[in-house]
Write a protein that binds this ligand. Structure first.
Ligand SMILES: [Zn+2]
Length: 257
């Protein structure tokens, strides 16, 4: 039996890491387009349904492009192979929509580097941060499945941020992560670590790192219940970019994102 058919049979007996429907295929949690060719052998894959797999491809390429346009990523010579793939893809007619989006988001302005150096007339892409965070939430769901061997249950949601929340609670969560070692994949191009919350074992704190410089903090947790009974997930509505507030329906589980 070929490697592919073994992988397919294994996937069909499992549930999709993203929507918990029966899986017909496997998905690279960190998409293959994030890595130079030849692909590293240690890429993480999880069971995935065909519908989710098809829906992800545009966002995967978009996320790869915007992350690779970061200055601290763009200066890494070992990622030349990724940029080669990126520009080859952008040159294809099918990338017209993606190209138009990038042009629309690009501005020319003066940039101040962390060192204090001021560079006038630089081309800067204004990244849709909410969209990037939504993409990271999906990666977190994939990593959750990889670590646990099953999808997140419907009563759990994800929250991801760029580590800009310095509240006492978040600082404490980060301290739980500190003794944990980073697990690297894809020749070290991505890394993550996670820890279950001491008093809520169903909840966990995650650190995600891309290209050794873009670091995000993630949480898997139950939705927060507000005073009026609404359940707030911290996840973002893809259509409106508004925070999703879910009111529980009697006798039903909260819908997943
Ligand atoms: Zn699915």
């Amino acid at each position: 039996m070929s490697r592919h058919s073994v992988a397919t049979r294994r996937a069909t007996s499992e549930l999709c890491a993203y929507c918990s429907q029966p899986a017909e295929t496997r998905d690279h949690v960190i998409p293959a387009c994030f890595f130079p060719d030849p692909l590293p052998k240690d890429l993480i894959t999880v069971p995935c349904c065909l519908k989710c797999n098809r829906e992800f491809s545009f966002d995967d390429v978009w996320a790869r492009n915007v992350i690779n346009m970061r200055q601290d990523v763009a200066i890494q010579p070992r990622l030349d192979g990724v940029r080669k793939k990126m520009f080859a893809n952008l040159a294809k007619p099918r990338s017209r929509k993606l190209n138009a989006m990038l042009v629309r988001l690009t501005q020319r302005r003066t940039v101040r580097l962390p060192s204090g150096l001021i560079l006038p007339g630089q081309y800067v892409v204004n990244v849709d941060r909410q969209r990037l965070l939504r993409w990271c939430q999906r990666v977190l769901r994939g990593l959750y499945h990889h670590e646990h061997g099953y999808p997140m249950t419907p009563d759990l949601v994800t929250t991801v941020g760029f580590g800009e929340d310095h509240s006492e609670f978040v600082t404490e969560c980060v301290s739980w992560l500190q003794p944990r070692l980073l697990r690297r994949a894809g020749d070290g191009i991505v890394a993550y670590k996670w820890v279950a919350c001491p008093d809520m074992p169903e909840a966990s704190v995650w650190c995600l790192e891309f290209y050794r410089c873009m670091v995000l903090l993630g949480f898997v947790h139950r939705p927060i219940t507000t005073r009026n009974g609404a359940r707030q997930s911290h996840e973002v509505d893809p259509k409106t970019d508004a925070r999703v507030v879910r009111r529980p329906r009697e006798g039903s589980d909260p819908p997943r994102d």
